[in-house]
Design a protein around this ligand. Structure first.
Ligand SMILES: C[S@@+](CC[C@H](N)C(=O)[O-])C[C@H]1O[C@@H](n2cnc3c(N)ncnc32)[C@H](O)[C@@H]1O
Length: 304
């Protein structure tokens, strides 16, 4: 497949290009992206500190403690105990199992078999009940064969791997029970369009904010550790806030809560500061830049 350089990225000096045809990418993007996620899965067993998660029954994992606080007001009795919870793009399942520690009956779905192998091992090591299903988001409606859930959850680093958010939102609407809630926490599209190579202290736009089609990215190392990766070529998509919210509304999922946050769970810009005394590293923009750009958003929607 040939590709053309995305002008906005070329201007920003990015090693990133845009495909010449969406159908060509359709055939290849899953294979390239799956190879990347299969390769980094084992690295994440260590860099996500799953040993601490397994050893401590009270430890909920990287995201779940924070996300539970945001989701709680929208849950019956403020609890997930006994509820059926689907975790979309669950990766190595640590966060899926965090919800199981809170009493949910959990199912994780991901397209990467290596990620799910580790997820099943972590479930065995913790003794927590969990089911893990291998499927792409595009094929998930078929893979789930009419099953439905009280909660659908997904978080951080998920949307940029998906080409069509209408398919994603329709899936969520389809697998939620009536009255069920959807929660997402994700990198804010505004922050995702920042140029990561900008000089220290400069917030500069370098990536498309709007969806311009598939973008070929090339990483030399894993994002959570300095380990070099061999399958670093991946396809990604930019999704604007309007596209994200619009896809959920179009799928019939009214939004109950929307918040913007000043932290990220990874050091997107090399000069971001780590928040202290947090067990799981959270990064913030240094003052006085902190109020200039949101870093994450979270959103709750409910199926009527
Ligand atoms: C950043 S990870 C998941 C987020 C999780 N919060 C974490 O930090 O590990 C992204 C996951 O999305 C999965 N993924 C990417 N594209 C997908 C697709 N089209 N369908 C299903 N899963 C996909 C990958 O296999 C990977 O496990």
């Amino acid at each position: 497949m040939s590709s053309v350089v995305c002008p906005a990225l070329e201007m920003a000096g990015k090693a990133c290009s845009q495909a010449d045809g969406v159908s060509a990418v359709d055939e290849k993007n899953l294979a390239l992206n799956r190879a990347y996620w299969d390769e980094v899965a084992e690295l994440h067993r260590e860099s996500y500190d799953t040993a601490a998660f397994v050893a401590d029954p009270e430890c909920l994992g990287k995201q779940v403690a924070d996300d539970f606080e945001l989701l709680k007001p929208w849950l019956p009795g403020g609890s997930v105990a006994g509820l059926g919870l689907m975790h979309l793009q669950c990766h190595i399942g640590d966060d899926t199992l965090g919800w199981a520690k809170l009493g949910a009956r959990v199912t994780g779905l991901d397209m990467s078999p290596e990620s799910l192998r580790i997820a099943r091992e972590l479930a065995a090591e913790t003794g927590l009940a969990a089911e893990f299903i291998q499927s792409s988001i595009a094929e998930a409606a078929g893979a789930l064969a009419g099953r439905s859930f009280d909660v659908v959850y997904t978080s951080v680093g998920v949307l940029n791997w998906l080409d069509d958010l209408n398919v994603w939102a329709k899936l969520i609407a389809q697998i939620l029970k009536p009255g069920g809630v959807f929660f997402i926490r994700e990198g804010h599209p505004m922050a995702m369009s920042l140029d990561q190579d900008a000089p220290v202290g400069e917030l500069r736009l370098g990536w498309p904010y709007f969806n311009v089609g598939p973008l070929l990215d090339e990483s030399e190392t894993d994002y959570s550790s300095p380990t070099p990766v061999t399958n670093g070529k991946t396809w990604a998509w930019a999704h604007s806030l309007g596209e994200i919210i619009g896809s959920l509304l179009k799928a019939g999922l009214p939004i109950l809560d929307y918040q913007e946050h000043k932290t990220l769970p990874w050091k997107m810009l090399p000069w971001m500061e780590q928040e202290d005394d947090d067990r799981w590293a959270r990064y913030v923009l240094p003052e006085p830049l902190r109020n200039l750009c949101p870093l994450e958003f979270s959103l709750v929607a409910r199926k009527p």
